[in-house]
Design a protein around this ligand. Structure first.
Ligand SMILES: [Zn+2]
Length: 406
């Protein structure tokens, strides 16, 4: 649906007011849970009857609303009751990671009806890179075959720190006058919602994944970096400004190396794919044997290959990932003491290691967690696959309109 988003980070313009009112009608009907009449809509939105009728007619033509019956009245005309035609709602979903950008069209049950990924991509804080993302989204929109009028909004999950309340990405695409969310909202003329990629992943776990029935959970996203999403009292925790969950920058680490945040001792310097590559190459340089082919051009072995080698029994790879598992577990034990979660979900590329990772994680947790909170905390692996973050980004849109369907 074409609209300028009425949010804290986009100005309301006169031209967009009717469109905003249409979005508001969808939200009101969704919150109401059953149908609603035009007079009720007019009362709720404080708009005139002709405007209410015009908006409802347009929403019906666009496939968003359907007539669900007539309201019984004591006398006079029986007004039509309008309900949502949920099957037609979609979110345009975008995931921007360090080495790939993905675009999807997601329905309100978080099914992916269209999906494409661009892997010849390096995330840089430049206009050129932002233009690449924008043109890839446009290309996908055109190729998806989905009518733009059925797309409620865009959800973006991006790596780095994100101030979700204002749509600001703090680490990437931060050179513009307006926040990234507002920038895309103006370009694509739809509401845009932004959050950190791992929090989007946590959102997907909460809605359709293993955290669906958990009130308190920790979702770990362990791939090239270490991301964490917290669920407390059944809700994703964003924190005061949107920076909650920075487990990777908590000082559980052991290395002297300075982290990208400028401090020493960050757990993210000990745990993650990038560090695995560094550790692996250090050991090879010290003369340790491995079954992994070492590139002749001096570049590092990719961490994906080290994970595969660990699964195939390479001793060096196994030792390195197990050391990481223990360090992650030791940090998680502290978080268990702090939050008393019922469930820890481990996702990301490391999740494929299963027991090879789980055993040292459990040992690490036992070294720091108190007996009582540990006794009721389950540790499981994500089963949502590679599209979890993309689905979670789409969920930002449906969550706003309260259209999430479990
Ligand atoms: Zn740090």
């Amino acid at each position: 649906m074409k609209a300028i988003f009425n949010s804290t980070f986009t100005e309301v313009t006169n031209e967009s007011r009717l469109m905003q009112q249409k979005l508001r009608i969808i939200q009101v009907i969704s919150q109401n849970g059953h149908g609603i009449t035009v007079p009720d809509i007019c009362k709720e939105l404080k708009i005139s009857a002709p405007t209410g009728i015009k908006l409802v007619n347009e929403l019906q033509e666009e496939g968003f609303l359907k007539v669900a019956g007539k309201k019984e009245t004591l006398n006079g005309r029986k007004p039509s009751i309008y309900a949502l035609n949920n099957v037609n709602f979609y979110a345009l979903s975008v995931e921007v990671l360090l080495k790939r950008v993905s675009v999807g069209i997601i329905d309100s049950r978080l099914n992916t009806v269209y999906y494409r990924q661009k892997t010849d991509f390096i995330l840089e804080n430049t206009q050129v890179c932002l233009d690449k993302v924008e043109s890839f989204i446009n290309e996908c929109l055109m190729n998806s075959g989905i009518s733009e009028s059925t797309i409620l909004g865009m959800g973006i999950g991006i790596t780095g720190r994100v101030k979700n309340s204002t749509g600001e990405s703090l680490n990437f695409f931060n050179f513009m006058e307006s926040p990234l969310g507002e920038y895309f909202s103006k370009i694509f003329d739809i509401p845009v919602f932004l959050n950190n990629d791992t929090r989007c992943f946590g959102q997907a776990e909460k809605i359709i994944g293993k955290a669906r029935d958990a009130n308190h959970a920790i979702v770990i996203n362990l791939s090239r970096g270490l991301g964490t999403s917290l669920i407390v009292d059944n809700k994703i925790v964003n924190g005061g400004m949107g920076f909650a969950g920075e487990l990777g920058h908590m000082q559980f680490g052991t290395k002297e190396k300075i982290c990208i945040c400028g401090k020493k001792g960050c757990l993210g310097n000990d745990v993650g794919g990038f560090t695995l590559e560094e550790n692996f190459m250090e050991k090879v340089a010290e003369g340790e044997k491995t079954m992994v082919d070492i590139p002749s051009d001096g570049s590092a072995v990719r961490y994906d290959d080290i994970l595969l080698a660990a699964l195939e029994g390479d001793d060096l790879s196994i030792r390195l990932v197990q050391d990481m598992g223990y360090k992650l577990g030791h940090a998680l034990g502290n978080i268990i003491n702090l939050l008393n979660p019922e469930l820890i979900i481990i996702g990301g590329k490391f999740a494929k290691l299963k027991d090879l990772l789980l055993d040292p994680v459990k040992t690490g947790i036992s070294s720091s967690a108190l007996v009582n909170p540990l006794s009721t905390c389950k540790i499981e692996f994500s089963e949502l696959g590679d599209l979890a973050g993309l689905k979670g980004a789409g969920a930002l849109v449906f969550d706003y309109f309260e259209l999430i369907k479990n």
